[in-house]
Design a protein around this ligand. Structure first.
Ligand code: NAD
Length: 493
């Protein structure tokens, strides 16, 4: 035992039974240690899953009337809203994002709990016409069981609550594993959940690296459903584990998201939003508009203005109100992004902004990287095809509408995309042809809890938010009742 008690199992804070060495959580803006937390062993994972199983089977949560569960979710939403300042401060420190962004993440978390509280009892199922007046046939829903919720480091609170709120609304019990890089807002969330007084075993928390703790969790036979947000590589392993155990699985993976700019759009609005699309949270956003596709007539001017604006983005500590972009999550991640930049230059992409670490003295101990723009890109280049997950945007050129659609759909991913034009018919036509889970027209980045979120192709499986986001956490059951039973006379007496 290390003395640390950061795991939450069966309604109590506990330490790792194996006493594994703890892990330091670093501030990405300056490398300082924000916290030291314990790492779960396979035995801890087992205890957490057993706790969730007991919590599910005893029916205290799963058997609670749906309306009462909804009330609990509303209570949680209010607790989160009341703690907005504290939660966003923690998220900003841990994930390196600005306080403004972190505050929006808390708002998203609150909205998710409110939305799923409101829809939990909207749909109790339906009657089915069996074509026989003596048959009562009805469809109803049950919680799936014990869910493993695995979240990513870029939106720790938001990616988790998009899972937790529907999972709880549907009556499941859960074991949460946040990213080992940014576990602090999840720890705070668990602390706040205690105020809602959920039955013991409803929500459990394990901490530690994905390769060990995540693997132990997804392979555990007591898990019925895995909801995962993260990269494609880990997503593939999660799916393999799900396949071995025939577990339900949803995957929210990466993206390489096209942002199409037609020449007739308002130029400065499009440039301004292209920056937001690409560089919010230093591009560490699954739906970042990292792939600009710009029409011929405005291409050169657009590239010049984009580069000028990118060069003036202010980097800094997330808590500094002057900061527009924070650091990358880890030193290793920054090196990985830099490898993508080196490769892009070798492949012939023209670097017109950034590509380097900032020179300012006060940024030297953080994982900062200047917002980077590559022009003259084409789809043969890795920088156009692969998710970089950093402050890097590529610009390709197109002339016709057909070409724009072709380029935008020419990706293994399919998470999100946008189209900008003043021609209402054109944006509608293009949006209808884009094979991406979310398509924005003359906007970028807004999410709605009532609208399904998820990707085509390698961007994942299943959806979060919206009605489908709830249904992922429910089993459908058909009950067929014969009210006038009689011998079937299938076999002779
Ligand atoms: P990651 O894949 O490294 O880790 C994600 C989570 O999975 C972490 O909690 C990690 O510990 C865990 N993990 C890693 N390997 C595992 C394994 N073998 N088994 C079980 N769990 C494992 O991803 P990341 O670096 O934290 O996040 C960045 C990625 O997430 C990007 O690709 C981004 O596009 C994606 N993402 C997608 C969405 C979406 O909604 N589609 C949202 C946010 C992030």
């Amino acid at each position: 035992m290390t003395g640390l008690k950061n795991l939450y199992i069966d309604g109590r804070w506990s330490g790792s039974v194996a006493g594994l060495p703890p892990r330091q959580v670093l501030n990405p803006a300056d490398g300082s240690v924000l916290a030291t937390v314990c790492v779960a062993s396979a035995d801890d994972v087992d205890l957490a899953v057993r706790s969730a199983r007991t919590g599910f089977d005893n029916g205290q949560w799963s058997g609670m009337p749906v309306r009462e569960r909804g009330n609990k979710l509303r209570e949680i939403a209010q607790i989160l809203a009341d703690n907005r300042v504290n939660l966003s401060h923690i998220e900003s420190l841990d994930a390196g994002k600005t306080l403004k962004e972190a505050g929006m993440d808390v708002d998203d978390a609150v909205s998710a709990f409110r939305y799923f509280a409101n829809i939990a009892d909207l749909d109790a199922g339906r009657m089915v016409d069996a074509g026989d007046p003596n048959i009562i046939s009805r469809i109803g829903y049950l919680p799936v069981g014990v869910c493993a919720l695995i979240s990513a480091w870029n939106f720790p609170l938001q990616t988790l609550t998009w899972k937790l709120a529907p999972a709880l609304a549907a009556g499941n019990t859960v074991v949460i594993k946040p990213s080992e890089v940014t576990p602090l807002s999840t720890l705070k969330l668990l602390e706040l959940l205690e105020q809602a007084d959920l039955p013991a075993g409803t929500v459990n928390l394990v901490l530690g690296p994905g390769a060990q703790v995540g693997t132990a969790l997804v392979q555990h036979p007591g898990i019925d459903l895995i909801s995962f947000t993260g990269g494609s590589e880990a997503g593939q392993k999660v799916m393999e584990a799900a396949a071995k155990g025939i577990k339900k699985v949803t995957l929210e993976l990466g993206g390489k998201n096209p942002n199409i700019i037609f020449a007739d759009t308002d130029f400065h609005t499009a440039v301004d939003n292209a920056l937001t699309a690409a560089f919010v949270h230093s591009g560490q956003v699954c739906s970042a508009g990292s792939r600009l596709i710009v029409q011929d007539q405005i291409y050169d001017r657009f590239v010049r203005e984009l580069a000028r604006r990118a060069d003036s983005i202010r980097l800094g500590h997330g808590q500094d109100p002057e900061t527009e972009c924070g650091p990358l999550a880890t030193a290793e991640h920054r090196e990985n992004v830099e490898r993508h930049i080196t490769q892009a230059i070798a492949d012939g992409a023209r670097l017109v902004a950034g590509g380097v670490r900032p020179g300012e003295e006060h940024l030297q101990s953080g994982n900062f990287l200047r917002p980077t723009v590559f022009a003259d890109c084409d789809r043969s280049m890795a920088i156009v095809r692969e998710e970089v997950f950093g402050p890097v945007v590529t610009v390709e050129r197109f002339s016709t509408e057909e070409e724009a659609v072709f380029l935008a759909n020419d990706t293994e991913y399919g998470l999100a995309g946008a189209v900008w034009s003043n021609d209402a018919s054109q944006v509608h036509r293009v949006a209808e042809q884009l094979r991406h889970g979310t398509v924005w027209i003359n906007d970028y980045h807004p999410y709605l809890p009532q609208a399904e979120w998820g990707g085509f192709g390698k961007s994942g499986l299943g959806r979060e938010n919206g009605l489908q986001g709830l249904n992922e956490y429910r089993e459908t059951r058909h009950i067929y009742q014969n009210i006038a039973p009689a011998p079937s006379r299938w076999f002779q007496d």
